[in-house]
Design a protein around this ligand. Structure first.
Ligand code: NAP
Length: 313
């Protein structure tokens, strides 16, 4: 990995030394990039475009400017662009040292989805001990992190997932009640579990197919956090619908929570601490050779995966 302090287009001579990353992974952003780019929901910023939003590796070269104490030889993890590659330029602002005791693979499996989950329960809806919360796609990458973090803070997670295996996995990662949202009524089950009150927050990364159920499942003064579009973008919302419960709707993106170095590195180090203190499981679905990236994308798009997919160059 090469470390630079800006995202300016690199000049060839500015990159004299390159070394292989030990791990290169493709995460939730994978879903975004493959599915959202393919369907045209999101547009790549420019062409040619190298996919991949995060990776772990070793710094082999640095640029000038504020390096935030990073140096050649550090084992690091970063959020950026162009991660489907053997070498990547990363900004120092969004690069963090991996603490001793955490492998590069575990770090790669944790970053984007884990930090997303952490920002969701801290900022999108600050979850408190004892809260009842609904997590859609609870066995997905972000979903498993949400289940584990919610348990760690003493909240109660109700999870949804499409297969018995996925529901069992979510249960083993902290969800207390599981719903088959392909068959059963989510609002009815939520009401049953919460004595009619509903949940104080819904974390919904599925989007179009779950939005209405999510809105119906929240409690008075609750928050619907719509953070993804796995099934497509939700339909436009008629604001008056929120009046029925004085509900709030949030549409956050991780990148607006990690703009400053303090925000980014603070969340990354907090996530690593959660992993170490609570023995959290950064579940890896599978590790694919980079040459087989198409298979990884097919598995993701076919809803066959749980947790993280890692690519190795
Ligand atoms: N806002 C942000 O900053 C941010 C950051 C990271 C991720 N995200 C978003 O969060 C969501 C989850 O990300 P992830 O990394 O956890 O993805 P993931 O591991 O692929 O999980 C997505 C899950 O969504 C469910 N799903 C329901 N309908 C689907 C459909 N039509 N196609 C595919 N999957 C479907 C599947 O679970 P079941 O089979 O159980 O239904 C699938 O496992 C995505 O929408 C992603 O874009 C947002």
């Amino acid at each position: 990995m090469c470390l630079a302090t800006t995202l300016a287009i690199p000049k060839f001579k500015a990159l004299p030394v390159l070394c292989p990353k030990t791990v290169l992974q493709t995460p939730s952003s994978n879903l975004t990039l493959r599915s959202y780019f393919r369907t045209g929901l999101y547009k790549p910023p420019s062409f040619p475009h190298v996919l991949g939003r995060e990776a772990s590796g070793t710094i082999v070269s640095t640029g000038s400017g504020n390096l935030h104490s990073l140096k050649i030889g550090d084992r690091v993890i970063y959020i950026g662009t162009g991660a489907y590659a053997e070498y990547t330029i990363a900004t120092s602002l969004h690069t963090s040292v991996i603490p001793p005791g955490i492998s590069q693979e575990v770090a790669a499996a944790s970053l984007l989805q884990g930090v997303t989950a952490l920002t969701l329960i801290r900022e999108s809806h600050p979850v408190k001990k004892g809260d009842w919360v609904l997590v859609h796609a609870a066995a997905g990458g972000v979903g498993l992190w949400l289940c584990q973090l919610l348990k760690a803070v003493g909240a109660h997670a109700i999870g949804t997932a499409s297969t018995p295996e996925k529901r069992e996995l979510a249960r083993s990662h902290g969800a207390e009640v599981l719903i088959d949202y392909t068959k059963d009524s989510v609002p009815e089950k939520v009401k049953e579990v919460t004595n009619g009150a509903g949940v104080i927050a819904v974390f919904d990364g599925v989007g179009k197919s779950t939005f209405d159920d999510s809105l119906e499942s929240i409690a008075r003064k609750g928050t619907l956090v719509s953070f993804g579009n796995a099934s497509g973008a939700p339909d436009p919302l008629v604001l008056a619908r929120l009046a029925a419960k004085n509900a709030k709707v949030q549409r956050p993106t991780l990148f607006n929570y990690i703009v400053t170095r303090q925000e980014y590195d603070g969340y990354v180090q907090e996530l690593f601490k959660y992993i170490q203190d609570n023995n959290l499981d950064p579940r890896v679905h599978d590790t694919y050779p980079l040459a087989e990236v198409a298979r990884a994308h097919q598995d993701l798009e076919g809803r066959k995966t749980t947790g993280k997919l890692i690519l190795k160059p």
